[in-house]
Design a protein around this ligand. Structure first.
Ligand SMILES: Cc1cc2nc3c(=O)[nH]c(=O)nc-3n(C[C@H](O)[C@H](O)[C@H](O)COP(=O)(O)OP(=O)(O)OC[C@H]3O[C@@H](n4cnc5c(N)ncnc54)[C@H](O)[C@@H]3O)c2cc1C
Ligand code: FES
Length: 512
């Protein structure tokens, strides 16, 4: 049997559920929530429960960004996070982080049950394992600490994985779900009683009290910027959290292999593999695997990591060639703790939540509780730990220096070596950043032989974008903006498209 290859994300393409209208005209609500990922949808739902009127405004279809492109493990186990926190801060801070994750997990379970959301939510154990004896000490320390913090942790020497491991942390009674169906299902409970949900409505301008989309605007007492990274230069978060891309593969595996893999697994060493299974609507079992992180737009690293995941899946799980390949991104804050709350004073004040370090499902759900408490005047135990205005220079100094140097490099030259035109040399399905008339352009020839040429200069702050082969997008290594191959914005902080160029008859280019 041959495997059908799909470009794009398994969750997006298998999600069922309602669609939502786009925003047109003007409306007044208590709170405008921009972005319908896990943070935005949960915040809008909790605010409605608290009696507020809300407009939830999404740029794309719901479930098409970070949450809907994740591996969707719903767990308080975040690799070796608890020791990182105890070492950087204190055991008390690690305890607060643990209780926030437990709250996030419980919130998802409660909302799914209360609203009967069909999203394949099921309990599963989570494992962080190592095959490297030298990591056992770190695993054992994490088990001891997480047990002290009251998390359901134990140390194990075997798992259901089909290869020997050196040791693992096991957390019982964690969960996994279909992330895009969860978001669509929860969003569908929001409209009514003065509350609204809009899709295909990119916010292009914002200030306190108002957000604008191409065909309408919302007046609101408060704005929640739940856009993964706050848009534009809001709060300066683009300087305080850095993006990392990860390749994700969905590949069919034999039913017997899927039945034996009841848990969710991630290793601590490199290369990294985060794996879980899912049975699709037709009853076919898939392994969903995320691999090692790389800088967005670094296409050679992307290719290498995809090949590595596929070979690991084939060798260990009898997997067919990947049916779906996509890239997802997340942001890590300078001190490893997400920023949640009122934004720093750069620009108009709004509420933000970002920097989940690839563990945003539970973090994002508890972030929604924090944002809700700030808007309704309620108390919340995690306000200080996650405070989005905090500055903890010592905890993040070395990361800050490294990331600032990387951004400087991409401003000047970009990652892809520029090559001279003409673009005619590009084969079908080939893309490159090229120099034409002393300007860097990003050119892609699609499978139908159509040429797409746009400026390679990111409209956020001017870094040079790089090619993402799996998604056929131009991704910015500096702060994670993503653009479709025709230049349309798919992910902020940029809000303006890449400038368009049209090839002229004699092979030169002029602006379109
Ligand atoms: C490979 C990978 C695997 C992961 N797996 C897991 C996992 O198993 N478990 C886990 O806990 N975490 C995981 N994560 C992390 C998790 O996916 C993210 O932290 C989390 O989904 C972030 O949620 P969010 O709501 O902030 O962002 P998003 O889900 O991206 O939501 C933001 C929304 O805002 C919208 N938006 C953006 N700009 C605009 C605009 N101008 N106007 C209107 N709307 C806009 C976007 O379209 C998007 O829908 C993973 C991350 C990666 C990279
Ligand atoms: S995202 Fe900031 S320069 Fe591209």
């Amino acid at each position: 049997m041959t495997t059908q290859q799909h470009h794009g994300c398994y969750w997006e393409q298998s999600a069922q559920g309602p669609t939502f209208p786009s925003l047109s005209g003007t409306m007044d609500v208590d709170v405008a929530v921009v972005g319908a990922g896990i943070v935005g949808v949960t915040t809008a739902r909790l605010l409605k429960d608290a009696g507020m009127t809300v407009a939830l405004i999404e740029a794309l279809e719901i479930g098409h960004q970070a949450t809907g492109r994740s591996t969707a493990k719903v767990t308080s186990q975040h690799g070796l996070m608890y020791h990182t926190l105890a070492d950087k801060f204190s055991e008390h801070q690690a305890q607060l982080y643990a209780s926030a994750q437990e709250h996030g997990l419980a919130t998802i379970r409660r909302l799914v049950a209360e609203h009967a959301i069909e999203c394949d939510l099921e309990s599963a154990a989570a494992y962080t394992y190592t095959c490297d004896q030298s990591q056992i000490y770190n695993i054992e320390r994490e088990v001891e600490l997480t047990r002290r913090l009251g998390l359901p942790a134990s140390y194990v020497r075997t798992t259901e994985l089909p290869f020997a491991i050196a040791g693992a942390i096991r957390f019982d009674d964690q969960a996994r779900f279909h992330p895009a169906q969860y978001l669509k299902g929860l969003a569908a409970t929001i409209p009514g009683e003065g509350c609204h949900v809009f899709a295909d409505s990119p916010v292009t301008a914002w200030q306190s009290g108002r957000v604008d989309t191409p065909h309408g605007h919302v007046n609101a007492r408060h704005v929640v910027m739940a856009t993964h990274l706050p848009l534009g230069n809001t709060g300066g978060y683009y300087m305080r959290a850095f993006p990392q891309a990860e390749p994700v593969v969905a590949a069919r595996i034999p039913a017997t292999v899927a039945e034996s893999l009841q848990g969710m697994y991630v290793n601590v060493e490199n290369p990294r593999y985060s794996i879980r299974t899912h049975i699709n609507a037709a009853g076919d079992p898939y392994a969903i695997v995320a691999g090692s992180a790389f800088k967005p737009g670094h296409v050679e690293d992307e290719r290498r990591h995809f090949n590595d995941i596929e070979s690991w899946l084939r060798t260990n799980f009898q997997a067919e060639p990947a049916a779906y390949r996509w890239v997802n991104q997340d942001y890590t804050s300078m001190d490893s703790v997400p920023y949640v709350g009122w934004s720093t004073s750069l620009g108009d004040p709004c509420l933000v939540a970002t920097g989940f370090a690839a563990w945003g499902i539970t973090n994002g759900s508890s972030a929604a509780s924090i944002l809700c408490a700030l808007l309704t005047g309620g108390s919340n135990p995690w306000l200080e730990l996650f405070d989005a205005k905090r500055i903890r220079p010592l905890a993040g100094a070395s990361t800050f220096v490294k990331e600032t140097a990387s951004v400087a490099h991409h401003f000047v030259s970009g990652h892809l070596s520029s090559r001279p035109g003409p673009v005619d040399a590009l084969a079908r399905n080939e893309a490159a950043v090229m120099k034409i008339d002393d300007r860097k352009v990003a050119a892609y020839r699609d499978e139908h032989d159509h040429l797409h040429v746009v400026s390679a200069t990111c409209t956020h702050l001017g870094c040079v974008v790089g090619w993402n082969e799996a998604d056929r997008t131009w991704d910015c290594p500096c702060h994670g903006s993503r653009f479709d191959h025709d230049g349309t914005v798919l992910h902020g902080p940029a809000v303006k498209p890449l400038e368009h160029y049209t090839p002229s008859v004699n092979g030169k280019h002029h602006r379109g």
